[in-house]
Design a binder for this molecule. Structure first.
Ligand code: SF4
Length: 353
C-alpha cells in the first residue's frame, strides 16, 4: 500500500472521557472535555472511514467502552469488511460487554502497565485499576473459552503494556505470573512509551521514558526470545520501539513505516499521528483529501528539519514538544502550558493513591 491509496491503519480516539489518570496518557484523557460526537455522527465517521478501505480501524480514547453505541459503530465497520480493534483499560468492563466485544471486534486489547497492583495502579493513577483490568481479562477469557467450545468464531484478545522505567523490571513477570492466568490469551505486546501528550513532558522524559539502552534491550531479538520462552505456549510475544511513529520523512518516503491516520473524538483529523495539529474534519471534507493533506505535512520544511534529526528517545520527545507547539491551536498551546504547571512536582512521582 502506498501513501496515495490511503491509510493502512486508522486510530480513532472516540472520546477523551476516561476513568483513569495515567501518567503517560497520550491524549490527556479524563483531564479535558470529551469532545465526543453524537451517535449519528459517529456512524457518519464510520461510513467515511469505510470509503478509505483501511486494513484496520482501532477504536481507542479515552475509554471507548464508555461511549454509548460503540458496538453499533464497530459493527458498521465490520459489516463493511473493515477489521476492527478496541483498546480498553477494562475499568468499566461488564459481562455483557465482554460478550458483545466478541461479536463485533476482531481484536480486543486490554492495557496493563504493571505485573503488580502497586506498579500498575501508580502508573494508571487510580487504586483498583489492576484488579479491574484483571477482572476484564477474566471475563474475556471466559467468553473466548465458551466460543471455542461452541465452535463459534474466536474472540481474539491480548494484553498491551506501555513500557516505561517503572515497569521495565517487570517484563518477565508479565509472562510468568500474568499471562498464565488467562489460558485463551493470544498476545502480549510490550510497546516502548511514545513521548506523546503527557509523556512528552520534560519531567516524564527524565524519570520515566526508557533510555536508549533500555529501548535497544527491549527490542533485541535476545530479549523478545527470552520473553517468548517464559510465556505460555499459546501466547505470542511482541516488542516494539514504536520508531515508526516518529514519521521521519526519509523513512516514510522509503515505505518502511505503516501509514496511520489518527482521528480526534470530534472528527478532526491529525496531520500526523502522535503530533498535535489537524487538517480538517472528516464530517465536513473528503477523507482522502484529508489524508493527502496530512501526508503533505511531511514535506513542510519545519517538519523535515525537526523530524529528520530524531535519533534518540530524548530527541523524539524534544521534537514532539516543538511540533505540538508549532502546529497546535491556541487551545492546544494553553493546554500544554497548563500541563507544565500542573505537573510540578511531577504527578508520576507524587501520586497519592
Ligand atoms: S492512557 Fe488510556 S486509560 Fe490511561 S488516562 Fe489515557 S486514555 Fe485513560
Amino acid at each position: 500500500m502506498s501513501a496515495s491509496s490511503g491509510p493502512e491503519v486508522v486510530v480513532w480516539d472516540t472520546t477523551y472521557a476516561c476513568p483513569l489518570r495515567c501518567s503517560h496518557c497520550y491524549s490527556e484523557s479524563g483531564r479535558r472535555a470529551p469532545r465526543q460526537l453524537s451517535h449519528e455522527d459517529m456512524l457518519r465517521v464510520a461510513d467515511a472511514l469505510i470509503t478509505l478501505n483501511p486494513r484496520v480501524v482501532a477504536l481507542s480514547g479515552g475509554e471507548p467502552l464508555v461511549v454509548k453505541g460503540i458496538f453499533e459503530v464497530a459493527g458498521r465497520l465490520s459489516r463493511a469488511g473493515v477489521k476492527t480493534a478496541v483498546y480498553t483499560s477494562g475499568w468499566v468492563m461488564e459481562p455483557w460487554m465482554a460478550t458483545g466485544l466478541a461479536t463485533v471486534f476482531d481484536e480486543v486489547i486490554v492495557s496493563l502497565d504493571g505485573a503488580t497492583a502497586q506498579v500498575h495502579d501508580r502508573i494508571r493513577g487510580r487504586r483498583g485499576a489492576f484488579d479491574r483490568a484483571l477482572s476484564a481479562l477474566t471475563l474475556l477469557d471466559g467468553v473466548a473459552r465458551e466460543r471455542r467450545h461452541q465452535k463459534r468464531s474466536p474472540l481474539w484478545f491480548g494484553i498491551d503494556c506501555v513500557v516505561i522505567r517503572s515497569n521495565f523490571p517487570q517484563l518477565e513477570e508479565f509472562c510468568t505470573a500474568i499471562a498464565p492466568r488467562f489460558p485463551e490469551l493470544r498476545t502480549l505486546t510490550f510497546n516502548a512509551a511514545v513521548p506523546e501528550g503527557l509523556a512528552s513532558r520534560p519531567e516524564f522524559g527524565r524519570f520515566e521514558l526508557l533510555d536508549d539502552e533500555q529501548v535497544a534491550d527491549l527490542t533485541s531479538e535476545h530479549r523478545r526470545a527470552r520473553l517468548q520462552e517464559l510465556a505460555p505456549a499459546g501466547v505470542r510475544v511482541f516488542t516494539t520501539d514504536n520508531q515508526n511513529l516518529v514519521m521521519r520523512p526519509d523513512r516514510f518516503a522509503s515505505g518502511v513505516d505503516t501509514l496511520v491516520m489518527q482521528i480526534e473524538p470530534d472528527g478532526d483529523v491529525r496531520a500526523l499521528p502522535v503530533y498535535e495539529g489537524t487538517v480538517g474534519n472528516i464530517l465536513q471534507e473528503s477523507p482522502l483529501d484529508l489524508w493527502y493533506r496530512g501526508v503533505s505535512r511531511l514535506r513542510d520544511p519545519f517538519v523535515v528539519e525537526t523530524l529528520s534529526a530524531v535519533r534518540t528517545m530524548q530527541d523524539w520527545a524534544e521534537a514532539v514538544r516543538r511540533m505540538d507547539y508549532h502546529f497546535g491551536s491556541q487551545e492546544v498551546r494553553s493546554r500544554i502550558e497548563r500541563r507544565s504547571v500542573r505537573t510540578n512536582p511531577p504527578e508520576f512521582t507524587a501520586l497519592a493513591l
